[in-house]
Design a protein around this ligand. Sequence first.
Ligand code: AMP
Length: 585
Amino acid sequence: MSDIIIGIDLGTTNSEVAILKDGRVTVIPDREGRKILPSFVGIGEHGDVLVGEPARNQYILYPERTVKSIKRHMGEDLRVDLAGQQFSPQEISAIILKRLKAIAEDYLGHSVHKAVITVPAYFSDAQRQATREAGEIAGLEVVRIINEPTAAALAYEAKTGTRKRILVYDLGGGTFDVSVVSIEDDVVEVLASHGNNRLGGDDFDARIVDHLVEHIKREHDFDITESRQIMARINRAAESAKRILSDQPFVRIDEEYLFEKEGTPIHLSLELSRYEYEQMIAGYIDETLEAVHIALRGANLTASDIDEILLVGGSTRTPVISERLFAEFRKEPHRNIDPDLCVAMGAAVQAGMIAGESVSAVLVDITPYTYGTSALGELNGELYPYVYVPIIRKNTPLPVSKTEAFYTSFDGQQEVDVRIYQGEDPDALNNIEIGEFRIKGLRNVPAGNTITVTLDLDLNGILHVSAREKETGLSKSITINNAIARFQEEEMGVAKARIDALFEKAIGTVATLGQSEVKEQQHTEVTARALVEKAERMLEKASEEDREDMIDLIEEIRDGLAKGDLQAVEAAMERLADILYYLET
Ligand code: AMP
C-alpha cells in the first residue's frame, strides 16, 4: 500500500513519526528501536549530515556545526550558519523530516509520499507555510497541517457522539501551550490557546544547574560557570536528576572528578529532594496555571465546563503539574498515552481518517485505579492516622514504578506499618486494603526518620511493594498478585453489599448493622487507637497524677475495644482527649 499517509510531530526538542494501520496506531522506531528523534541537525567531521542523537551528542562540542530548536525560527527570513554553509529554517526542518520519512520507509518496506504534520495552535500563516515548504523539500506532499492540541485530542478520542471540551496542557523542553479543544463526532476545533514559547523543561534544568553552581561555589570556592565542559556535565546531570525526581522523592547527584583544585580532584555528591526541586520551579508552574485560566476565559468557559484534561510533552511527567491541575479542576488529568508520543499518534489518526481508514480511539494499557498507602496527616482539618496518600495514580501507563517518602512520627519509632490500598477516597479506610506489612528494627532516632515506599505495577497487574529506611537501606517488601482484577472482584463485592443493605432497609430489618453504622464503628476504633498511641507518647511529659489517669483511661479504651463496647470506649476517649489537650497547651 503505497498511498499510506504518515503522521509527523515536528517538535522543537524532539520529533516522531507514526502510522495508522488496520485500526492501530504505531509510533515507528528506527533500527535501534528509538521512537524519539531529537530535533538536532549537524554536519559531522567529514562533511556528512547528522540528524537526531549523533547531532545532539556533538552539540556540546561543536555548536558551530550543530543546530537545535530550529522550530523557533520557522517563518522567519533568516539563514543559519552550519559549518560555514547557510541554510533556511525550512531546509533544516526538511533534513529532520527526510530522516523521519526514511525511518517510516525502512519500517514499511516501501516508499512514502504523503504526510500530515502538526504545528502549535499559535503558529501564524507564515509559520504554517514554512512547515509545508519543509515537507515539500523533504519530498513529502503535506496533505494537511493540523494543530498539536487537536492531534492530542484525536489520539485520545477520535470519535465521540457527545460534545466534549478538552483542556490540552502541553509542556515540552522549551515551549508551553495550553488549548481548549472541542470535539464532537469527528470535528475537532481549538476554541482558545495561550502559552509561552520560552518556557519549558530546559528552564527546570537551569534551576537545578544554578543550585549546583551555588553549592560548588559555597563548598569549594570555585566558579564552574567559566568552564564549558564542566557546565555541559552539570547540565546533563541536572536533566537526569530532574527525570528521576518524577518517580522518586530524592536523587543523589554524583559527578566524580568534576575538576581539580590545587592538585586535588573534586567530586560532586549532593542530594536533592523533590520538595526542594518543586520550590525551585514553583514560579514556572504558577505561570502555566495563569495561562490555563487565560485560555479558559478566551473560550468563555470555566474550569467546571472541562470534561477532560490531557497532558502532552515530556515535562508533564513532573508530578506537581498533575497535582496542581487536579487541585484546580478536581479531575485526574489523563496520562494514558505517552506524553512524548501522543501528538504524533494523533497526527497518524488524522492521516488515517484522510486515507479512509476506520479509526477508533488509541488503546493503551493503563491502570484503571489509584494505589497508595496511608499516613498520619490532616483530614477535614483534623489529625487523622489514615490519610490516603496516592502513589500510582489512575490512568498511568503500565508498567510503572513510583516512590514516595514518609517520615516516622515519634522519637525512637522502630516499626512502621505499611498498608496498601486501592481507590480514590482521601480517607484510606474508605478504600480497599489490598496488602499490609510491618518494617521493624529501624534506627532509634528522633521523629522524622525517612522511609521510602515504592510501588511497581506491571502489565499483568502484579504489584510489588517495598519500604526502605533511607539512611540504612533496611527494607522489606511484598508482592500482591493480580492487584487490578482483585479490585474488580472486591468492588463487585462492595457494590453487592451496598445493594443488599439497601434492600434490608427497604424491608425494615434492623438485625444487622447498616453500612453507615459499620463505618462509624470503624472510625471510632481507629481514632481510639490513634489516641492511645498519642497518649503513650505523651506519658513521659505528664505529671505523676495525670500519668496514672492516662494509664487507667488507656486500659479502659483497650478493654472497651476488646469487648466491642463502643460507648465505654467513647466515654474514656473523651476524658483522655481532655487530658492530652491540657498537656499540649
Ligand atoms: P518534549 O519537547 O515534549 O519532547 O519534552 C522534552 C522535555 O521533557 C525535556 O525538558 C525533558 O527533560 C523533559 N522530560 C522528559 N522526561 C521527563 C521526566 N520523566 N520528568 C520530567 N521531565 C521530563
